[in-house]
Design a binder for this molecule. Structure first.
Ligand code: NDP
Length: 449
């Protein structure tokens, strides 16, 4: 075992003891620590200041109860969290997730990832994440509204446009953000850019809805171009059919790639001839308005096959874009993708590949881009939404899209700068190192705080 591996193991042992039963958090930290440890060991000043140790301990975690009433007058209580991980680079920033699977470990991993993602965007944003084990599925509009109002009644004490600016994530879209924002204004009696992902009528930014998916495709195009390939004509396999997946699919189609799969938590659809505009519009309406299951696509269209309970990674593709949730692509899935000769994996979701899958991609030289780089477009446009709110202006779609493309190009450049070896880019190391170095320098400059 090399000195670097010993140090990594020692560090991870300590982290696991300090944070028992938080597997997702351990996984996210290990991914970053594996990339940065050689650099860290060479920089005595950062080691002496215990930057890595301090950076893996959240600034604070707020845990609270959310009590609310169903339409039938029954009382419910959920648990909610806000993990404010690190604000060295700017006010805390990160989404809120509503899903029954949410635990403190989930939110710690997401907040930790967010620190480096936000650092990569070059915008002044720290890292945070929040959410609740509330399940919005099957709830009425009124129930979702009452839940959001109750949650904000506590959360408003801990956030602010210069303190912490939450946004959406799984289960939290424009509807939930509007209910949260409405309650914030009622409590604080002022309008401010305290939340992002707002509707256009209430101070939201153009392109915010599309930003994560579009940004992922812009990034993917850079990855392919950097390695002598292009996106046009490529078979692209996408998972999920939520916010990120839908707009990744739309932009991939605009770039003349062939989108061959989409999925939801029940199964996936295979469209061998490639997704068409009518498929996309049907799916968007199905998910955003009717909140239905993706299998309905196969009933509606010829040439669309549905596979119940299966994941999309076993069909042939050149590019995989996991856009659903964490650890949705495991070692076996990765082997199947490699078997089909996949060139690149660009993560739209946060940490969608397991450790084993990442190792399979590394071994086989697949261009594997971690979400903190390829899905940073969402938070980047959230940052632009904050700027527009602060200046009381609204930029056009063209202007925001132009800024988004420029930011994705800069992130790609930074990954190349930090991760290129022998003509090929290791995007995992490049993103982790570039994101980490900036935060570490800021922390060192602040002294022992
Ligand atoms: P949505 O809630 O809009 O969509 C989530 C999608 O993933 C749905 O299609 C859902 O299926 C599917 N899904 C959820 N859980 C599972 C599961 N266990 N197995 C398979 N599929 C599942 O969320 P977003 O699109 O906003 O977020 C997707 C991912 O992208 C998350 O990892 C999120 O953290 C990340 N992300 C999102 C950003 C954003 O701007 N929204 C920004 C950066 C990252 P179903 O319809 O059945 O629930």
């Amino acid at each position: 075992m090399s000195g670097y591996e010993r140090e990594l193991e020692h560090f991870m042992d300590g982290l696991r003891k300090l944070n028992p039963h938080e597997d997702e958090f351990h996984q996210a930290v290990e991914e970053v620590a594996s990339s940065v440890m050689p650099w860290y060991l060479q920089h005595e000043d950062f080691r002496k200041a215990q930057i890595l140790e301090r950076l893996t301990e959240p600034d604070r975690i707020v845990i609270f109860r959310v009590s609310w009433e169903t339409d039938h007058g029954e009382i419910r209580a959920n648990r909610a969290w806000r993990v404010q991980f690190n604000h060295s680079l700017g006010p805390y920033k990160g989404g809120m997730r509503f899903d029954p699977s949410v635990t403190q470990s989930t939110l710690k991993f997401l907040a930790f990832e967010q620190i480096f993602k936000n650092s990569l965007t070059g915008l002044p944003m720290g890292g945070a994440k929040g959410g609740s084990n509330f399940n919005p599925k099957g709830k009425s509009e009124r129930e979702v509204m009452r839940f959001c109002q109750s949650l904000m009644t506590e959360l408003h004490r801990h956030i602010g446009e210069d303190v912490d600016v939450p946004a959406g994530d799984i289960g939290v879209g424009a509807r939930e953000i509007s209910y949260l924002f409405g309650q914030y204004m009622r409590l604080e009696n002022r309008w401010s850019g305290v939340l992002t992902g707002k509707g256009l009528a209430s101070g939201g930014s153009a392109i915010r809805t599309e930003a994560t998916g579009y940004g992922c495709v812009y990034f993917c195009e850079h990855v392919l171009n950097e390695h002598g390939e292009g996106l046009e004509g490529k078979l692209v396999s996408i998972s999920g059919s939520g916010n990120v997946a839908l707009y990744a699919a739309q932009k991939a189609m605009i770039k003349r790639a062939k989108v061959v799969t989409m999925s939801d938590s029940a199964g996936f659809v295979w469209i061998p001839a490639g997704m068409q505009q009518e498929h996309w519009e049907f799916l968007k309406d199905l998910k955003e308005n009717r909140r239905g299951r993706i299998g309905e696509m196969a009933d509606r269209f010829d040439g669309v096959d549905y596979y119940d309970g299966k994941k999309p990674w076993h069909v042939e593709c050149d590019v995989a874009m996991p856009c659903a949730t964490q650890n949705e692509l495991d070692g076996e899935d990765a082997k199947a993708l490699v078997g089909h000769g996949v060139l690149a994996v660009c993560e739209g979701a946060n940490m969608p590949t397991t450790r084993e899958a990442a190792e399979v991609f590394r071994k086989h030289g697949v261009l594997h881009v971690p979400g903190k780089a390829s899905n940073a477009g969402g938070v980047a446009v959230s940052g632009l939404e904050q700027s527009q709110n602060a200046m009381r202006v609204s930029w056009s779609r063209e202007k925001v899209d132009h800024r988004l493309q420029a930011i994705m190009t800069e992130i790609h450049d930074r990954c190349v700068e930090f991760g290129k070896r022998n003509g090929r880019v290791n995007y995992m190391d490049g993103a982790n190192l570039a994101g980490f170095e900036k935060v570490a320098k800021a922390m060192l400059a602040y002294g022992v705080v």
